[in-house]
Every structure is written in structure tokens, then in C-alpha cells.
Design a binder for this molecule. Structure first.
Ligand code: PLP
Length: 460
């Protein structure tokens, strides 16, 4: 059998023949895909035909340190040569894992006790569900199992994390969500507030709805509430002022765990170390991934508070082995990448840069597009944001989904050398690397404005 690569075929043909692409419309891919990237430096990517793009999304919201960071590359190479793999089952360990866990545990908000590594945001949130169930079984509350998640949330795609996700594409034809998930409203002021309602009043209404849901379900049946500080894939949704303060009070009163999904917001995206820092959230459990290694290696972590950890520790004598974990939990190369990445981001003060470059970026978006007739809302925090396009600003009427307006603008921006992401309600999301300069921020705004302008005909 000849297994040498079929170099007589184009990369594109080989891709179409072999790759099963995630979150891709298969028929469209077969007709127009793929686009193959071969190089990255700073905030820019180069494809296999030599075309250069400004990556306005940092991969999938993850290349926080930017591309081509030699320190991370060297740390990966050094660890691969020294010890490419060893596991952490049955009390085994590796040096990079110990250091990453120590750093991460001390960085995150809340009274956190232990760090459990995985490989993806999905597996981290899957683990969160299992831990919430495990914890309540150990506490002698076997009925306290439901998880409250929000409409338009994105928490991953495994059976449990996909159930927490509140987006129809992740459920449709997959027999999801699981019945243990209880859904509450998305905290999007622009779309969900009633006419004349203030932001404060909207936050009060969301809190009242959450309280009513808990009462209807029974607090003794609810284990946890999960939230992204700023929702990402659901459209970059920044909650109304006071929202998390009110939510936390209700959860505390009902003995419900707060799981902060920091997979996007963690490691500086909002200009603070974690999204929870920005909103004053004190979580009981935290999921991180993406920015922990800036995507240079797959790594996620679940961080649990003292109460959850001590309950598990105390029960271990009668319950036996903690029966969860992965072959690649604590992966030494991934943890070495995380250590180098976190060190680099601290040294270069990239979290602060996310705040200052982010402020410049939002100001530029507002001054350039704030009064544009097709722009309904500009939203975001730090280097995470979105521009929502509308058919009518006064009524907030959206375009017909079939018109695919955001997709058209995104395609036009791509042709001009900018990668953006179209999302529901014709929003265009951005989340560039945290090393973005103000000049690069202006470049994104210039291209976006030009691409919106170029599509005004399609918006009629
Ligand atoms: N949680 C959030 C907030 C995310 O944005 C994502 C991915 O985008 C996930 C979880 C899932 O992470 P992964 O794709 O690594 O499984």
C-alpha cells in the first residue's frame, strides 16, 4: 500500500476528498472550500497561495499571544525532547503540569483549590457537569442535578457540553439537549429588553426570571448555573449592568454552584486576567482553554473551589478512586506551552494591551460606524466585540436570514485581507490577538467599514 502523500493533487482537492470539517456546511465546502493557512506572524496569517490576512478572530478566539512566538515554540520543543508524554493517573505527574496548575490556580478569582486538566473547552465543561453531579451525590443530595444554562450560550459540543450550549445548530438532529439542562433567557439588552426598559430594569427582570425558574424547578433539583462572562459564539453578548451581581445572590441563596466558562474570556481577552474579574464574579468552578496556551497546544482546565475539592477529598476513603480523567490530562508539552505563553503575556502586559487597544478599537468603531444606517449595535469589551447589522435601525428589524448579509460582508472583508466571523442576527464578531496595535485596530475598522459599504446594495 502506497501511503506517500498524493502530491499530484492540490491541497484543496485532497482536503475535499478527506477532511470532515467541523461547523461547515458540507455542500458549500465541496463547492467552494477550503482555505488553507500555512504561516502566521503577529496578527497575520498567510495561506498556501501566499495571500496574507489580518486575523480578526485570533483563530477561534484563542491565539491571544499572536502567531510566531518563538518562546512558546522553544518551550514546546524543549519539553518534547525531554519528556514528550507522561500521564497523571494514580498519582503520577510531570513538572510542567505542576507549574501550570500552580500558576493558573493562583491567577483565577475565587477561593480555588485544585486544577484538573483536559484537552478542550468541551471536555472541560463536560467535566464540570460530571463534577456537579458527583459533588451533590457526595453531599447526599442525589436529586440536585439540573444545570441552568442560557439561550445563545456556547459551552462546547460533547453530549453534556453541547446540551449546555443554547444554539440550535449544536442540537439539531443530534438528539440534544439532555433533559437535565434548564434554559434561561440570553442577557442581550439590545434584542431582549422591552420598549422603554432601562438596562438596570432589564437586569432585574432577568434576575426575577432566574429566581422564578429555580422556584418552578425546585432549588433542591438544581446543581449549577453556567455562564460565559461575555457570550462568544452566541454573538458577543455583554450582560446588562448589575446582572452577575444579582445572579450570584440568587445562586448563593439557593445553594447552586456558579460555573464560569472562561474559555474565551480567560487570559486577558476583556483586558482583565479573567472575565470574572471584569464582572466581579466569584465562581465556584471555572473552565479555561484557548488562551491558556494561545492555541499553540490543546489544553483545557477545570478549576474547583475549596468546598468542592474538600468534599471529594473527604469522601475518597469510602468512595474509592476518583474515576475521571484523560490519557492527556496534564500533558507535559501542552503545559510547557501554557507556562511559556502565560509568562510571555505577563512580560508584555498583553492583558493591559487588550484594555487599551480594545478601548481604541471600540472608539474607532463607534466614530466610524456608530451612525451608519445599517449598523444596529456595536458591542463588546476589551478585544472582543461585534457589530450587528440591521435592515432598519429605528425598529431593529433584522435582514431576512436567507439574504446572508453578514456572510456577504465577511466574504468581502476576506477578499480585502481581513478575517471576521459572521454570527446569528447578522453580527460580525472580532477577537484579534491581544498584541494588536492601534494601527492594526484601525485597519480592521477601515476594512469592515469598506465591506459594509460595498454591500449596501444587497441590504436594500
Ligand atoms: N466554551 C466556550 C465559551 C467556547 O467559546 C468554546 C469554543 O469556542 C468552548 C467552550 C468549547 O471549546 P472547544 O472547542 O475547545 O471544545
Amino acid at each position: 500500500m502506497d501511503l506517500s502523500p498524493a502530491h499530484n493533487q492540490s491541497l484543496e482537492d485532497l482536503d475535499r476528498e478527506n477532511i470532515f470539517h467541523p461547523f461547515t456546511l458540507p455542500s458549500e465546502h465541496m463547492a467552494h472550500g477550503p482555505k488553507i493557512m500555512v504561516k502566521g506572524q503577529g496578527v497575520r496569517l498567510t495561506d498556501n497561495h501566499g495571500t496574507v490576512y489580518l486575523d480578526g478572530l485570533a483563530g477561534l478566539w484563542c491565539v491571544n499571544a499572536g502567531y510566531g512566538r518563538q518562546e512558546i515554540v522553544d518551550a514546546i520543543a524543549k519539553q518534547a525532547a525531554l519528556l514528550p508524554y507522561y500521564h497523571s493517573f494514580a498519582s503520577m505527574g510531570t513538572e510542567p503540569g505542576v507549574y501550570t496548575a500552580d500558576t493558573v490556580r493562583r491567577m483565577v478569582p475565587g477561593n480555588m483549590a485544585r486544577v484538573l486538566f483536559g484537552c478542550s473547552g468541551s471536555d472541560a465543561n463536560d467535566t464540570q457537569v460530571k463534577l456537579a453531579w458527583y459533588y451533590n451525590n457526595l453531599k447526599g443530595r442525589p436529586q440536585k442535578k439540573k444545570i441552568i444554562a442560557r439561550d445563545r450560550a456556547y459551552h462546547g459540543v460533547t453530549v453534556a457540553s453541547g446540551s449546555l450550549t443554547g444554539l440550535p445548530t449544536v442540537h439539531k438532529a443530534f438528539d440534544l439537549p439532555l433533559p437535565q439542562v434548564v434554559r434561561v433567557r440570553c442577557p442581550h439588552f439590545y434584542r431582549e429588553a422591552e420598549a422603554g426598559e432601562s438596562e438596570e430594569a432589564f437586569a432585574d427582570r432577568l434576575a426575577a426570571e432566574l429566581e422564578a425558574t429555580i422556584e418552578a424547578e425546585g432549588a433542591d433539583t438544581i446543581a449549577a448555573f453556567i455562564a460565559e462572562p461575555v457570550m462568544g459564539a452566541g454573538g458577543v453578548i455583554v450582560p446588562p449592568k448589575g446582572y452577575f451581581e444579582k445572579v450570584q445572590k440568587i445562586l448563593k441563596a439557593n445553594d447552586i454552584l456558579f460555573i464560569a466558562d472562561e474559555v474565551i474570556c480567560g487570559f486577558g481577552r476583556l483586558g482583565t486576567p479573567f472575565g470574572s474579574d471584569y464582572f466581579g464574579i466569584v465562581p465556584d468552578m471555572i473552565s479555561v482553554a484557548k488562551g491558556i496556551t494561545s492555541g499553540y497546544q490543546p489544553l483545557s482546565a477545570v478549576i474547583v473551589c475549596e468546598e468542592v475539592w474538600s468534599t471529594i477529598l473527604e469522601s475518597s476513603d469510602y468512595l474509592g478512586t476518583f474515576g475521571h480523567g484523560y490519557t492527556y490530562t496534564n500533558h507535559p508539552i501542552a503545559c510547557a506551552a501554557a507556562n511559556a505563553n502565560i509568562e510571555l503575556m505577563e512580560r508584555e502586559k498583553l492583558f493591559d494591551n487588550a484594555a487599551t487597544a480594545g478601548a481604541h478599537f471600540h472608539a474607532a468603531l463607534h466614530s466610524r460606524l456608530g451612525d451608519h444606517p445599517a449598523v444596529g449595535e456595536i458591542r463588546g469589551v476589551g478585544l472582543m466585540g461585534a457589530v450587528e447589522l440591521v435592515a432598519d435601525r429605528a425598529t431593529k428589524r433584522s435582514f431576512e436570514p436567507a439574504a446572508g448579509i453578514a456572510k456577504k460582508v465577511q466574504a468581502d472583508a476576506l477578499a480585502r485581507g481581513l478575517i471576521l466571523r459572521p454570527m446569528m442576527n447578522d453580527s460580525l464578531a472580532f477577537s484579534p490577538p491581544l498584541c494588536l496595535t492601534t494601527t492594526e485596530a484601525d485597519e480592521i475598522v477601515d476594512i469592515l467599514a469598506a465591506s459594509i459599504e460595498a454591500n449596501m446594495g444587497a441590504m436594500k
